[in-house]
Design a protein around this ligand. Structure first.
Ligand SMILES: NC(=O)c1ccc[n+]([C@@H]2O[C@H](COP(=O)([O-])OP(=O)(O)OC[C@H]3O[C@@H](n4cnc5c(N)ncnc54)[C@H](OP(=O)(O)O)[C@@H]3O)[C@@H](O)[C@H]2O)c1
Length: 348
């Protein structure tokens, strides 16, 4: 018997990825789909303009879309809701006893909500004990901003092996990160836009520090190094690229840093979770890699690619990282979080 799950915001860009990625999942089965009043009452096929390759799975296409205040029978709900509504809806559903695994930004920085990358900070699930006392049993777990998944995964092995003093990052972010219809074509064709709204830079500067920090004495203690981000929207369909500049307390040999990155693994690899990449980070040899078109789909879009790990003056390194923004950076990340919750007995 598979575990029934509900998808909130099932008709959106992230919601469609959930539906696509969960087809034939060994543990989870999409049993319920919810979206706005505009979609409620229609079949999923009718309500959703499918924008991924192929067609939605037949069993999901037949489901009737509900509103988000419907009574859900699935304990586990994956949320790809618009952030204008996600905050309140997710809080209400956690208070009704659901395990809400969210992509939206609303609860990421809450004092008792894990901002989870299972390879990096599975220990932050300890925060759920306090959260569940507050809600009466249900809880919210979030995954980070799409760029942050790539940045935090690249920084995690470096911060464990060497003391980081500060980080600068320049992002080149794909169009799919803006949902549909996203950035007007007249703005982005033949162009680079050096701004992304919705507090993108602030998220990239704050979220990795929570993820790479500790959970101690019932509180999150952020990592103590500052991060400065400069973001750009580029005419790439999927895959966020980042140029990362790290300053350390001492000189770091680029080969030692590359080795730390290549051997990085965590609980998903040890537990062999269904969505876990075999290698969380692929360190690429070529001087011109990673590239979105060539490298974003490594391990079904769940691995982060890193290349060009090189020296940058005293105590400095620079490197390039790439993450598939709607898979490892969104729906795939949330599914891996759901798998970790199941493996740890937190869905019982
Ligand atoms: N795109 C990415 O790469 C990415 C990555 C990471 C995180 N995220 C986050 O994930 C969330 C979804 O992003 P997206 O790109 O998938 O957005 P989207 O394509 O605009 O989809 C939004 C979804 O929310 C639903 N919705 C909107 N207003 C609602 C309401 N009042 N009540 C209930 N449902 C409502 C929509 O339903 P209808 O179809 O019925 O309107 C749709 O299913 C956002 O919070 C975003 O920041 C996105």
């Amino acid at each position: 018997m598979k575990i029934p799950v509900g998808i909130l915001g099932a008709t959106g860009a992230v919601g469609q990825r959930f539906i696509q990625l969960l087809e034939n999942h060994p543990w989870f089965e999409v049993a319920e789909v919810a979206a706005s009043d505009r979609s409620a009452g229609k079949s999923y096929a009718e309500a959703c303009t499918w924008r991924l390759a192929g067609a939605p799975p037949a069993a999901t296409a037949r489901l009737t879309v509900t509103t988000t205040d419907a009574p859900f029978r699935s304990r586990l709900l994956f949320s790809g809701l618009d952030s204008s509504v996600a905050g309140e809806v997710e809080t209400a559903l956690a208070s009704k006893g659901h395990a809400v695994v969210s992509n939206s930004r609303n609860h990421r920085m809450d004092a008792d909500v894990p901002l989870l990358i299972p390879e990096v900070n599975a220990g932050h699930l300890d925060a759920l004990a306090g959260q569940r006392k507050r809600t009466g049993g249900g809880y919210i777990v979030t995954n980070p901003n799409c760029s942050v998944v790539g940045l935090a995964m690249a920084l995690a092995p470096l911060s464990r092996a060497f003391a980081i003093e500060d980080v600068h990052v320049v992002t080149l972010q794909a169009l799919s990160g803006a949902g549909y219809p996203g950035v007007p074509s007249m703005d982005v064709a033949d162009n680079v836009v050096p701004y992304i709204g919705g507090g993108e830079e602030e998220k990239i500067e704050a979220e990795p520090r929570k993820i790479l920090g500790a959970f101690k004495n019932a509180a999150f203690v952020p990592a103590d190094f500052p991060i400065a981000a400069s973001v750009h929207r580029v005419a790439v369909s999927d895959g966020h690229t980042m140029a990362i500049f790290v300053r350390f307390a001492k000189d770091v040999d680029p080969a030692a840093a590359a080795a730390a990155l290549a051997s990085f693994k965590g609980e998903p690899q040890e537990l062999k979770l269904p969505f876990a990449p075999v290698k969380a980070i692929h360190v690429l040899e070529g001087n011109d890699r990673p590239q979105p078109r060539l490298d974003r789909d490594r391990e079904n879009g769940m691995a982060v690619s890193v290349g060009r790990v090189r020296a940058n003056g005293p105590r400095g390194l620079k490197l390039e990282a790439l993450v598939h923004n709607t898979i490892r950076g969104a729906a795939g990340a949330a599914i891996l979080n759901g798998e970790l919750l199941k493996a740890r007995g937190l869905l019982a």
